[in-house]
Design a protein around this ligand. Structure first.
Ligand code: FES
Ligand SMILES: [Fe+2]
Length: 460
């Protein structure tokens, strides 16, 4: 970082609950984030149901790098950099499609995903003028598509990292997975079983990308922003509020990993089924039946409910109402591209999928009544933090400082009641560790040493 600028220690003072506004508006810090965080961490790339058939592809992003998620003819998934090794042209200019061979529009080099025919998926297979212009001397083996170092399919969600030294994905998310599961699992409690309702919403927001994951990691304090939509009442059951009533919420965070959520402790007893989706008896019956199946399937096992959370750095999810994945792709210090992916049970009847789709769109996305409130706050805060005076000031993250407690039943987790900025502090603590350039060994050491906290009581 430029010595003229403050150091990370001057900007992120978690013990005092202070974070310098500069980290939300500064170009040099943004570029360091791309190198130190986005070229290193596990990032959400897409969902397997976006590429269901052989040769399907879906265009995604990892930080500011464009990538292609594709399924080869053998059914294997791959993630490649969407940039031709010859002179950088984007190989895919459509959002999604079906292609066995990717041919560059600039000079016509072509690349294959067929692992059965080529040594490496993404290998360069065709070069116009290879024998004549290149005199047969181009070493094609060296000029295949750049592939991510590691990829992981977690219950249908696809994750990738550019760093070969990254820990296994399951270590990277730790016990946070129980909460992510609630978004990805079937409503009857069986693992996976979700699919994306066709179409990913993508739009640009003139805000720093960090405002969004910080919001979803545990900011219940901002409910006042949603006053108008709360009065309208858009929850599935048509009652008051944006969602149907939920049991009391609390924040749970994983300080050694940077993830966190609003939800509940893991517990063994769920409240009885509350009639939801009452405007359509068929939809209502579906959810009632699945609630009972879930109860029976999970027995005494760990359960979580109603989770909204963030996986560091830029993926958030809503586990219950609506059930979606949000991704915040950084574009510049003051702009992000936001995505919403909506999930339903793959085998749900059409009427259930339609009811969910209508509710999701009322709630989330650029036209959603809830998301639009949030975006206004993030853009306003970004705009008002860029000035010569404002950018020297600090944001306040002091709520609940020093009041965290361990969470029984989880490893390395703390909770801090319902209203707290604990999880935001956790997020920026992890951000700082990455920005300092810490090795994976150091980044993972505290989490690896953590022991599960025993359950204090069977029913919590
Ligand atoms: S840039 Fe792709 S073939 Fe030249
Ligand atoms: Fe919000």
């Amino acid at each position: 970082m430029n010595p003229r600028l403050n150091t990370l220690d001057d900007l992120v003072k978690l013990e005092k609950g202070l974070i310098g506004r500069r980290i939300f508006v500064d170009q040099e810090i943004f570029e360091a984030e791309m190198r130190e965080i986005f070229a290193k961490a596990w990032l959400f790339v897409g969902h397997e149901s976006l590429v269901p058939n052989p040769d399907d592809y879906f265009i995604s992003r990892m930080g500011t790098d464009p990538v292609i998620l594709t399924r080869d003819p053998q059914g294997e998934l791959h993630v490649f950099l969407n940039s031709c090794p010859h002179r950088g042209m984007k190989l895919c200019r459509y959002d999604h499609g079906n292609n066995r061979t990717f041919t560059c529009p600039y000079h016509g080099w072509s690349f294959s995903t067929n692992g059965r025919l080529v040594e490496q998926p993404g290998a360069l297979i065709g070069v116009p003028g290879f024998a004549t212009h290149y005199h047969g001397e181009l070493n094609k083996k060296d000029w295949g598509l750049k592939r991510v170092a590691r990829m992981h399919n977690y219950k249908g969600s696809i994750w990738a990292t550019w760093d070969a030294n990254a820990p296994d994905f399951e270590d990277y998310i730790g016990d946070m997975r129980h909460y992510l599961d609630y978004a990805l699992d079937h409503r009857d409690g069986s693992p996976g079983g979700s699919e994306v309702i066709a179409g990913v919403q993508k739009w640009r927001v003139k805000c720093n990308w960090k405002f969004a994951p910080e919001n979803f990691i545990g900011d219940l304090y901002h409910d006042i922003s949603h006053r108008s939509v709360d009065i309208v009442g858009i929850g599935p059951s048509g009652g008051k509020g944006r969602r149907d009533p939920t049991p009391q919420r609390m924040t749970v965070g994983f300080p050694h990993l940077g993830h966190g959520l609003v939800g509940r402790k893991p517990y063994h007893e769920e409240p009885p089924y509350a009639p939801l989706w009452t405007q359509d008896p068929a939809v209502e019956a579906y959810y009632r039946e699945l609630h009972e199946k879930r109860q029976a399937r999970l027995g005494d096992g760990m359960r979580v409910l109603h989770s909204v959370g963030t996986i560091f750095p830029n993926m958030s999810f809503h586990g219950r109402q609506p059930r979606t994945i949000a991704v915040f792709h950084p574009v510049s210090p003051t702009e992000m591209e936001m995505w919403r992916i909506y999930l339903v049970d793959k085998d749900a009847p059409e009427a259930v999928k339609e009811a969910a789709r209508h509710y999701y769109l009322r709630y989330s996305g650029p036209g959603g009544m809830t998301e639009s409130d949030d975006m206004e706050n993030w853009t306003g805060a970004t705009e008002a933090s860029q000035g010569a005076v404002a950018s020297q000031m600090f944001f306040n993250y002091q709520m609940g400082l020093g009041h965290a407690r361990p969470v029984p039943g989880l490893t390395g987790a703390i909770e801090n009641g319902e209203f707290t900025e604990e999880n935001a502090r956790i997020f920026y603590g992890r951000w700082k560790q990455f920005m300092e350039g810490q090795s994976w060994e150091s980044l993972m050491s505290a989490s690896r040493a953590a022991q599960p906290v025993p359950m204090e009581a069977r029913h919590v």
